[in-house]
Design a binder for this molecule. Structure first.
Ligand code: ADP
Length: 686
């Protein structure tokens, strides 16, 4: 019997050891693999970052290809009439050198503007002398140039008292206008001076200028344009804007730098009050002047580079730092006709050309930066990864960065993993704790069981010996004829022998029963039984055993009206023996003279049989334990009441096997009520 108990305990030990070993093993495993895993995760993150950077670098390379192809296409289309436009983001500043190495786009600025030699020496016509004398005097070129400068100084007078000075200038200009070299400047000065003097002949002077010197220029400005401007200056804002429009559409075929100068002058003249439409036209003018200015500047920067560009261009593009602006890069290649095309870009343009793709976001606020090779990124930024932009752009690298205030993606990986780790480890630690608790409880239970077993052996020996001793003693007394001739005495002796052998029988039946249950081969033979009948049968059996003479108070069986017809499907002998056990306990612990009540009740689903005594009761802390096998309360040991600790354990096992329950309710000092509940047979309603 105990061997089965032992095997169940063994299972509990195995389980509790497993409950310890599994989480402990888990924690050890987590610790061992975490280092390897973390390295793996970081390597994977590095890989992701590098891939993102390589992808961005490839997109920049494509954008450069596109831009150069667009430039190539545009140069192929370019005609004398105008310039084709290039629609590629990186080709905002493009250039084109023809096979002879001349800069075609952007247009170069002329190196210097010639104007009639030095104007700083010589004497002049004396004031008041006749014009003929003066002209004679001006026969040499040197003298003419000197005189022209004097006339210009006189014309430059501003304010109220200048009329005389202007008249003098007019005189000088009139003389100088007849010569071919000083003619254009003098004729122009004459027209301007006449305007200053409000002389109506000013218009005729201008017409004369246009007629005589149509093919001449002043510092790169054609006479036609100069005349148009002077006319417009008297005509008003609208006319000035029209002239500006002509300059912008390149009607006068000017060099960029000259255009900028002319437009600047027109703009200056336009400073007065303008109508809304005029103001809009002027704003447009400003914007286009800006464009032309940067074009001119770019061309100026490129001039120095031309020989180098021609020399180093290959059929595949490559780039180098622009010598005039170190933040710019010139990317160029040779055309099929031997010319060179290229683009001038800076880092932000390249970054923008790469665009943005979701895969680039390897960290919070990550973005790409193009930086000079070997240069560190600024302190506010964290460099996440850096890749070269390829052999064609050796001086640049691409870095993916994010703000230093945002999380480092590597730290993020570790933090994410550590968080998971903490969760796993905590869960395992909790499991470990539970396992430990189970183990401790198992050990305590094992100790308790060992104690119970040793108690059980002595109790059972005692329980077996006591009735056996009585039986032997009374049988010997009968044999020796102690009660000879006294029929009452003889009957009592026989009664004791019967009662004790029945007690012995119940004890042995209990022991065998328990052994069968533990082995798992206890069989039940259920049959339909009246609930009240079962209670009555158990009470009658108990009373016959306890009091064959019927001298004691009989035990009342109270059956509620609901319970009268109640029937249950149970093994009759098993239920009767369970009630007998409860009655035996009630008599043992409740006191021999105290009454015992048995009540039978029922409701719709089940029925119950309660046995109530008026003994010492059972403290609530003990109420769960008393159903364990071999358990006897300290109070039971103290009071000297005999028992094995098996009765209630058997009652519980049997009743639960039949689908019922056993409960105890007790108030210490007032007694205890044990209740057996059984499921009721549901009558089928036809
Ligand atoms: P035992 O052989 O000790 O009676 P049981 O399994 O029948 O074993 O009972 C277990 C313990 O429950 C008893 O030792 C006793 O302490 C307690 N007990 C059982 N019935 C009663 C009762 N009617 N009144 C008080 N205590 C009881």
């Amino acid at each position: 019997m105990l061997c089965m108990v032992r095997s169940r305990r063994a299972w509990i030990y195995i389980l509790s050891v497993a409950a310890l070993l599994v989480p402990a093993g888990g924690i050890a495993y987590l610790g061992a693999v975490s280092y390897r895993d973390e390295r793996g995760a970081i390597a994977a993150q590095d890989d992701r970052q590098r891939q993102a950077a390589t992808g961005i670098a490839a997109r920049i390379s494509h954008a450069i290809d596109d831009a150069l192809d667009a430039v190539d296409h545009a140069t192929a289309l370019e005609t004398e009439a105008g310039r084709a436009t290039v629609n590629a983001p990186l080709a905002r500043y493009w250039f084109w050198l023809d096979p002879e190495g001349r800069l075609r786009v952007p247009r170069p600025v002329p190196a210097a503007v010639e104007l009639g030699g030095a104007l700083d020496r010589g004497a002049g016509c004396a004031a008041g002398s006749p014009l003929e004398d003066c002209v004679r005097e001006l026969a040499t070129r040197q003298a003419r140039v000197t005189r022209l400068a004097a006339a210009q100084r006189a014309e430059g007078c501003r304010g109220d008292g200048c009329a005389a000075s202007w008249t003098e200038a007019k005189r000088q200009y009139t003389a100088l206008a007849q010569f071919d070299d000083t003619g254009p400047v003098a004729q122009l000065g004459l027209a301007r001076t006449l305007q200053l003097l409000a002389d109506p002949r000013a218009a005729a002077a201008l017409a004369d200028l246009e007629l005589r010197f149509a093919d001449r220029t002043f510092e790169g400005v054609p006479v036609k344009l100069v005349v148009a401007m002077l006319r417009a200056e008297t005509a008003g804002a609208e006319a000035l804007l029209d002239v500006a429009e002509g300059v912008l559409t390149n009607r006068y075929a000017l060099d960029p730098i000259v255009r900028v100068g002319v437009l600047g002058r027109i703009r200056h003249r336009l400073d007065g009050a303008l109508t809304g439409a005029q103001a809009r036209r002027r704003a447009e003018l400003d914007e286009r002047v800006g464009q032309i200015r940067s074009e001119a500047r770019a061309a100026a920067g490129l001039i120095d580079e031309l020989p180098e560009l021609m020399r180093t261009a290959g059929t595949a593009w490559h780039g180098r730092v622009a010598s005039h602006v170190p933040t710019r890069t010139l990317i160029y290649r040779r055309r099929a006709d031997g010319g060179v095309i290229g683009i001038s870009v800076d880092a932000p343009m390249l970054e923008e050309a790469a665009g943005r793709e979701p895969g680039d976001l390897v960290a919070k606020n990550a973005h790409a930066l193009v930086i000079p090779s070997g240069a560190p990124v600024v302190r506010e930024l964290r460099q996440i990864v850096q890749v070269p932009l390829g052999e064609a752009l050796p001086h640049l690298t691409l870095a993916i960065v994010n703000p230093i205030a945002d999380p480092d993606p590597r730290d993020e990986v570790i933090r994410e993993r550590s968080k998971r780790h903490v969760v796993y480890t905590s869960a395992l630690a909790v499991a470990l704790g539970l396992g430990l608790l189970l183990m401790i409880r198992g050990a305590a239970r094992a100790r308790e069981l060992a104690q119970l077993k040793s108690d059980f052996v002595s109790t059972v020996s005692h329980e077996l010996k006591t009735p056996l001793t009585s039986i032997r003693m009374f049988a010997e007394m009968l044999e020796q004829g102690v009660a000879q001739g006294d029929p009452a005495k003889m009957a009592r002796y026989h009664g004791v022998i019967v009662q004790e052998s029945q007690r012995l029988g119940l004890l042995i039946a209990n022991l065998l029963d328990y052994a069968q249950i533990e082995k798992g081969n206890r069989r039940y033979t259920p049959s339909r039984q009246e609930l009240a009948g079962l209670a009555r049968l158990a009470v009658t059996t108990f009373e016959t055993l306890r009091d064959p003479d019927g001298t004691r108070n009989s035990i009342e069986v109270e059956v509620s009206s609901e319970a009268m017809p109640a029937e249950v499907e149970v093994d009759r002998d098993v239920v009767v023996q369970a009630i007998l056990n409860l009655l035996a306990n009630a008599a043992k612990y409740g006191g021999a003279e105290q009454p015992i009540e048995v009540t039978v009740g029922a409701d719709a689903t089940g029925g119950w049989i309660s046995v109530t005594d008026h003994g010492p009761g059972i403290p609530s802390s003990e109420q769960a334990r008393i159903f364990r096998e071999f358990y006897r309360s300290p109070e039971a040991y103290r009071s000297g009441v005999e028992g094995t600790g098996l009765g209630l354990a058997l009652v519980k096992r049997h009743i639960e096997a039949l689908g019922g329950t056993v409960e105890v309710a007790s108030v210490v000092g007032q007694g205890a009520t044990f209740t057996i509940r059984l499921p009721r047979i549901q009558e089928q309603v036809a």
